[in-house]
Write a protein that binds this ligand. Structure first.
Ligand SMILES: [Zn+2]
Length: 114
């Protein structure tokens, strides 16, 4: 259970690493900073904007406040990995969040939301 939760979009002052895709968040880039307490444990999570959008969409979709990264990967895979690019895909299941086609969809959502 989530005891408390805060989320903000911050401008990076130094470089960070996105927890989901592993991409570097460079100084000046807007990223998502979350902090909270879940089942008694404090956590801090830094994500690049597309990954944060993936997470938010996934949470909206499941309606739960709990998730694991591989659940999101499975969902992304089911939603976006279509037959027409599957054969030439360079991204394995565990890297689906790094696929530019997938990221492009979420960038679109991000802009619509602003
Ligand atoms: Zn990311």
């Amino acid at each position: 259970m989530m005891d408390f939760y805060n989320q903000k979009h911050a401008k990076a002052r130094k470089s960070h690493k996105c927890e989901f895709c592993g991409k570097e968040i460079i100084p000046g880039e807007t990223y998502s900073y979350e902090s909270g307490k879940f089942d008694g444990d404090f956590f801090v999570r830094k994500l690049c904007e597309p990954c944060f959008t993936m997470l938010t969409e996934f949470i909206d979709y499941t309606g739960e406040d709990e998730f694991q990264w591989d659940w999101i990967q499975e969902w992304l895979h089911d939603e976006y990995c279509k037959d027409d690019c599957k054969d030439k895909c360079e991204y394995s299941f565990s890297k689906v969040q790094c696929c530019p086609i997938v990221r492009e969809k979420f960038k679109g959502l991000l802009e619509e939301g602003q």
